[in-house]
Write a protein that binds this ligand. Structure first.
Ligand code: ATP
Ligand code: MG
Length: 577
């Protein structure tokens, strides 16, 4: 490819709309352009990366025995009503009507459509197991589309669905996909970790997310520094020690009200009373769908909404409005809720408040707290659950080693679905004995654009992108420093042709630009290997090869250039295979 014909328009300034580095660099390198919020055009350079990632995914899915299909984007509402998700999915689902007022959605994921296909096609156990996948555009009306390709409203996903005769078979399919995903991300040149995850709107019983480790990631990961345990913080737990409840103790002081005018945050109350925030019990009045709950948690801890959602089987958790709070705890009591004398609502508490004594709570009265509160004596012992967000150094639930918290970008997600969709849609088969059985399913997604963005988050420097060789838009850039110089131009052209004939993916910067401009663009674009042809080295019949990642520079004789570059490219491809 010739740069002058490649439709690459680089931009010097950092675009104001882009907060994260991958978004900035993709815009600056002329790989994507925005059409509307969360909707992007892939330009030729960007689309080459997308196709490389898709290529790796395809090879590995095919190797695992999965079969590629292409399902419609336009999905009839009836199927979604059958699974119950038409009402559950909420405003993220892009809904529309046809001219006959029939309702449809643009597929955000395809469990319904694929299960419908399989229930029509599969009759016998002989047709199972089966794994079908597609690479296709998905639509989700994200509340906050941002970070470019990372969280779009229209994006490319690889989604796969496995169908098995029984749980044991489904477990094998799941493990096979887990290994396949590990290979895919390794081959893309990414440092990625599989972590246990919540199953969210897709549902099912068990799942892993594949996280690209990067500081800018939206997800937090808890991983054990001693064993293999790793989990999304949304789901992560810790070793909870058993302890007998204390009924009464000589150390218990008498409960008393104290005036705390306008002090309603934990921090304010704790410093006013001269105690640590861990001595304060926060009372959060929460709506789990329609049900009101009082959630008690230690002042220095954070509520994990996913855990509360799972405990209550609610689809949505929100904080109760001031009106609702006052209807429960009394007039002007907002900010001063507490468990003493609380009635009419279910009270659930995090384990963090199980073993403390003489603690501080809101008094359900304006500007008042109680001090020296103790369970059983001053208010009923609540039900205790694990409801908090794990923290750095919490003991690992498997081995008690200290947990570490890091950040990651979710690029893939695999689920054991069980019979959630096959039951709802009655996808069954006849077993060896002619008995009707429900198919057991799994589903497996990879965000293709998000993988591209995550790769840049993990691989860049001040000057631009550093593509891992397997997904680079071009493997090699040939850079003649001065195209008006005949010797340089001809030497560069010869090397370019030679590399092309050797089967390498090459771009030559044939523009009549100053060398400084070309070098800057070449760093920005992040092509892994660059060959510079300039007058000085040419006089010694040599050229310069530079590795984008390490900055390492070597001089080679012009005649040996092809061989050397070919060797470098294959080494860099093999490093991640
Ligand atoms: P998130 O929690 O980030 O919203 P999700 O759990 O909703 O992701 P899945 O339903 O598991 O995502 O989708 C499978 C994969 O599709 C994700 O792992 C991610 O790589 C990708 N993906 C999901 N939503 C988006 C989006 N809005 N833009 C780009 N990629 C996405
Ligand atoms: Mg999502």
């Amino acid at each position: 490819m010739r740069f002058s014909e490649a439709f690459i328009n680089t931009v010097k300034e950092v675009p104001a709309e882009a907060e994260v580095i991958s978004h900035q660099l993709m815009l600056r390198a002329g790989m994507i352009r925005k059409l509307a919020a969360g909707v992007y055009t892939y330009l030729p350079l960007g689309y080459r990366v997308i196709q490389k990632i898709e290529g790796i995914i395809r090879e590995e899915m095919n190797r695992a025995g999965a079969l590629e299909v292409h399902l419609p984007v336009l999905c009839p509402a009836e199927l979604w009503q059958e699974s119950g998700r038409w009402s559950l999915y909420g405003p993220e689902l892009m809904r529309l009507q046809d001219r006959h007022s029939r309702q449809f959605c643009l597929g955000p994921t395809h469990e319904e459509v694929i299960t419908d296909l399989v229930r029509r096609e599969v009759r016998s156990y002989r047709q199972l197991p089966l794994n079908l996948y597609q690479i296709q555009t998905k639509f989700r009306d994200e509340i906050r589309p941002r970070f470019g390709l990372m969280r779009g409203r229209e994006f490319i996903m690889k989604d796969a669905y496995s169908f098995d005769r029984d749980d044991a078979g489904a477990e094998i399919s799941y493990q096979k996909m887990k290994e396949t995903y590990e290979r895919i991300f390794r081959r893309c040149g990414l440092i990625c970790k599989a972590v246990e995850a919540d199953t969210g709107a897709i549902g099912g019983s068990f799942s892993h997310e594949f996280m690209v480790l990067a500081e800018s990631g939206e997800d937090r990961i808890a991983s054990c520094s001693r064993c293999e345990y790793a989990s999304n913080v949304e789901k992560a737990t810790y070793a909870i020690a058993d302890k007998e409840p204390v009924e009464n103790s000589t150390s218990w002081l008498a409960m008393q009200p104290v005036s705390t005018p306008e002090l309603s945050t934990v921090q304010e109350v704790a410093s006013f009373l001269g105690v640590s925030p861990s001595q304060v019990v926060k009372t959060l009045l929460v709506l789990a769908d329609e049900q009101i709950l009082a959630v008690l948690i230690r002042g220095d801890q954070e509520l994990n909404e996913v855990k509360l959602k799972n405990l209550t089987a609610a689809t949505k958790i929100s904080m109760a409005s001031p009106q609702v709070v006052e209807s429960i705890t009394g007039p002007e009591s907002v900010g001063f809720s507490g468990p003493v004398g609380l009635s009419g609502v279910r009270v659930v508490a995090d384990y963090s408040v199980r073993d403390i004594e003489n603690f501080v709570v809101g008094a359900n009265r304006k500007d008042t707290h109680f001090i020296n509160v103790n369970w059983g004596r001053d208010c009923p012992r609540p039900e205790f659950f694990d409801l908090r967000v794990v923290q750095e150094d919490d003991p690992c639930p498997r081995c008690q080693g200290p947990l570490k918290i890091s950040r990651g970008i979710e690029v893939g997600h695999i689920f054991k679905l069980g019979t959630k969709y096959s039951k709802a849609l009655q996808a069954t088969y006849l077993d060896q004995n002619g008995e009707e059985k429900t198919i057991v399913m799994g589903c497996y997604g990879i965000g293709v654009g998000r993988t591209m963005a995550a790769s840049i988050e993990q691989n860049h420097d001040r000057d631009g992108i550093i593509w891992p060789m397997p997904i680079a838009p071009y493997q090699v850039m040939v850079l003649p420093t001065d195209t008006t110089d005949k010797d340089i131009r001809e030497a560069a052209e010869a090397i370019y042709q030679e590399l092309l004939s050797a089967g390498l993916e090459v771009i030559i910067d044939d523009r009549e630009e100053r060398p400084g401009v070309k070098f800057k663009d070449s760093d920005l674009l992040g092509i892994p290997v660059r060959i510079t042809i300039g007058s000085k080295s040419l006089k010694q019949n040599s050229v310069e090869i530079r590795i984008r990642k390490t900055g390492q520079v070597i001089q080679v004789l012009k005649d040996q250039c092809r061989q050397k570059v070919q060797q470098m490219v294959s080494e860099m491809l093999e490093a991640s295979s």
